[in-house]
Write a protein that binds this ligand. Structure first.
Ligand SMILES: [Mn+2]
Length: 319
């Protein structure tokens, strides 16, 4: 294909039995080390099974950066125009606004690479799947350090969360957020709506806070939170709230990646070191540390009992 002006010629990537065209392959997306749009596409190819497992069959919101991460960011719910016919979608409704959207629904790696062609850097899937978008199958524990909170505190809180999960009989799958926090995902039975998943997440957050009152906050208003604490952000389980998936690159100059880790790594992992420069090698040697995430399914019954008791006793603050 002929180059025009200063743009480099497009590149065709073979992905399974698809061919995906990447235009402007040499455009620098991540200025810290200079990785390009093509580097981003190659990164996603290198963690193919992992990103596919994280996105498969979920409505997916896209964070696009047409000029690279130093430029404008586009929050894209609707599938961008011009998709080839094999790119699948799922309809989600926004009744409050009398609107709906056909969002990307990843079913194969080629649709991830096509989204990169459309300048997607971050993938933000729903915690439910296309077969029943209103019943989440994933409970997301988001450990969000406040501005003066150090990594040591995040690590301590992760261990407390792990302890509570163990006592509940739940299997949690930790990952770096790609920022300064950690996420833990738990596969759940898709029996409850978003409001109940969020209630369960709040009950869990309160228990973590009860065990670690100095390190943890669940205070709703940001200005009222201790800046040295970790906010357990149960609200990420609300409908239409999404966070960057496992293996999603983040829209930062350093191209950090939300990276699956083992519980044993919680004390050693340096989230800033997990980037598109390092994660492919890690993936090649360790494989997908979240490969078993679909194998163990947790019931929210106990957490919903906790929630009910707290609501009855009036011990649950604004939920
Ligand atoms: Mn977070």
């Amino acid at each position: 294909m002929a180059a025009t002006g200063s743009t480099s010629p497009a590149v065709e990537l073979e992905v399974g039995d698809r061919s995906v065209r990447i235009s402007n392959p040499d455009r620098v997306y991540f200025p810290a080390r200079g990785e390009t749009k093509l580097d981003l596409a190659r990164y996603y190819l290198s963690v193919g099974d992992g990103i596919l497992r994280a996105l498969r069959e979920r409505p997916c919101m896209l964070h696009r950066f047409p000029e690279g991460v130093s430029g404008e960011k586009v929050h894209q719910k609707r599938l961008p125009r011009g998709a080839p016919p094999w790119v699948e979608t799922v309809r989600v409704d926004f009744p409050r606004y009398h609107r709906y959207a056909e969002e990307l629904c990843v079913t194969e790696l080629a649709s991830v690479i096509w989204a990169v062609q459309m300048s997607t850097v971050e993938f933000h899937p729903w915690n439910s799947r296309r077969s029943d978008t209103e019943r989440p199958d994933e409970w997301r524990i988001d450990l969000d350090p406040m501005p003066e909170c150090g990594l040591d505190t995040v690590r301590r809180v992760a261990h407390v969360a792990h302890e509570v999960l163990d006592e509940l009989g739940a299997v949690g799958w930790p990952k770096t957020s790609g920022g300064s926090g950690l996420h833990v995902y738990v596969r759940i039975e898709p029996r409850w709506g978003f409001a109940d998943v969020r209630r369960a997440a709040l009950a869990f957050a309160h228990e973590v806070e009860r065990r670690s009152p100095v390190d943890v906050t669940t205070t709703w208003w940001r200005k009222d939170r201790d800046p040295r604490a970790v906010f357990v952000d149960y609200n990420q389980n609300a409908r239409d709230h999404t966070i960057a998936s496992a293996y999603s690159v983040r829209g930062f100059p350093e191209a950090t990646v939300s990276t699956p880790i083992s519980w044993e790594e919680v004390d050693d992992v340096m989230p800033a070191d997990c980037t598109i420069a390092t994660v492919p090698g890690r993936f090649a040697s360790l494989g997908d540390l979240h490969a078993g995430i679909d194998d163990v399914v947790f019931s929210l019954d106990t957490l919903l009992e906790w929630a009910e008791r707290a609501e009855r006793d009036g011990t649950s603050p604004r939920a």
